[in-house]
Design a binder for this molecule. Sequence first.
Ligand SMILES: Cc1ncc(COP(=O)(O)O)c(C=O)c1O
Length: 389
Amino acid sequence: MTILETLRTPEITEDLRGRGYSRRDMGRIAALLGGTVALGRAAPAFAQQSAKAVVGAVRIGSNECWTGPLPAGANAAMKIVMEGNRYEPNDEHAKLFAAVSAVEGLPATHIKAWPGSSDPLNRAAVTFASPARGIVTADPTYEQIWRTGAWIGAKVTKAPLGPQYQHDVKAMLAADPNAGLYYVCSPNNPTGTLTPIADIVWLAENKPKDAVLIVDEAYIHFADVPNAAKLVAARDDVLVMRTFSKLFGMAGMRLGLTFAAPSLHDKMMRYDGMQVTNMLPMTAVACGTASIPLASEIKARRDEMIAVREKTIAHLQNRGLKVLPGSHANMFMTEWKGKAPKEMMAALLAQNVQIGRSWTAYPTMSRVTVGSAADMEKFRIAVDKVLMA
Ligand SMILES: Cc1ncc(COP(=O)(O)O)c(C=O)c1O
């Protein structure tokens, strides 16, 4: 069955129509979940960078990891290539869920895998928001869900970040007390800032009972702080999202996870007969399974990133630049002493360094990804050159 045919089965049509979706919206939903939305609106690389990656440049514009998968993960992927004739050689999905379950202390029944976290994010928007029930996010934040909301006709309401650049959960609830979906990104993209778990719990407890709270933890492995995974064991209205695209260096391999009560997952998966969750590339699954338990390698990568980030931020501050405080991820935002982000982006690219863009809420700042020590040395030299020019 195609996605459109599935959407037209009586039970699903009734649910969608009951939530305010029109016949025309169903075509849009099918295109979104089938990956055929024109405009590249939902593609992660597109969402991350306004400019195409420049091959050969220092690429610190799209929050990728500076290096590839952890070696044990890469070896597991290479090994399973030789069994590529089998759809699933030896229960690889179950092995991934068991490995994640052991690390997170969650039952395997609450874990699903996806090709990255972009698909489940779109799918959650369709499932829990609608033309009748909107979406609430912080501003600035990861904008994919804004575009998805616009695509499916769900109202998107944005609440500015709080004084510590955390999500202001009270303002988020007040901004639309009857939304279908509340989206918290922690550490937040583009600021790297954290929202305390206590605030996340407050939002879970105070939002409408039938609304869903997403906690997008794409960057959580870069921050040595408590995460929201355990919330889903006790509640059936919270969805935690993870990706292997960041610290694990697997953006091009495509693997993500969601943690949620089975009832939430069932709702999200019904639109395509569970195709997407069940048909993942075994190379990605094997790599993720081998990587997730490697606590000391994960810590070493995190520590390496933090040292490079702090050295780079100190350098910019020494040059009198204002850097947004509190990043716990592989990115930070910086101002340029009155120079426009677009101008700096072009000037740095002329030095072969590709940084990220600005966000509407913070139009004078650019987002810079933390690359390798060598990448960031080139970045510092390029900044000095451009600022002195
Ligand atoms: C906060 C956040 N969530 C989700 C994603 C989606 O990434 P992917 O589909 O590679 O998992 C990204 C990508 O940069 C992101 O920054």
